[in-house]
Write a protein that binds this ligand. Structure first.
Ligand code: ZN
Length: 146
């Protein structure tokens, strides 16, 4: 090839230069960081809560000022939550269609309410874990002019 010795286009390095600066946050081990996120605590210090409400993330950690609000969790938490919860649901569906399990209308309602509750809890835990992973990887959301 006739390319110069110092030729390094952006797409040959990952992450592309200048897109994801290492933050230096969440220096502890992966299990500790993700575990804190699952428990809804700051992945960096494990002291302050990540969430300000159900799924709203604090802009910065109230204890260590880690930039929790800049971590782009986007669509990953719902995907992870559905992946886990729907596998449990599939078990009930298999039993139902095999004829082993026939819930009454009341029990079906209870199971549906439990499914919704489990989805909500799993979503929050997955979002905490994803924020922990993003914080450790330093994958900060790009903010234009900021
Ligand atoms: Zn913190």
């Amino acid at each position: 090839m006739n390319k110069p010795q110092d030729y390094q286009p952006d797409f040959e390095s990952w992450p592309p230069a200048g897109t994801h600066a290492k933050t230096g946050w969440a220096a502890d081990s992966w299990p500790a960081t993700i575990g804190r996120g699952i428990m809804g605590r700051c992945p960096n210090c494990g002291t302050a809560p990540i969430f300000d409400g159900y799924l709203k993330v604090h802009k910065r950690c109230l204890h260590c000022a880690a930039p929790l609000g800049d971590m782009p969790s986007d669509d990953a938490p719902p995907y992870i939550a559905m992946l886990i919860v729907l596998h449990v649901l599939a078990l009930f569906l298999v039993f139902f269609y095999r004829g082993d399990y026939h819930p009454g209308i009341l029990m079906a309602g209870v199971l549906l309410a439990m499914l919704a509750l489990v989805c909500m809890v799993a979503l929050r835990m997955a979002k905490g874990a994803v924020i922990g992973i993003m914080l450790k990887l330093g994958m900060k959301r790009e903010v234009p002019n900021g």
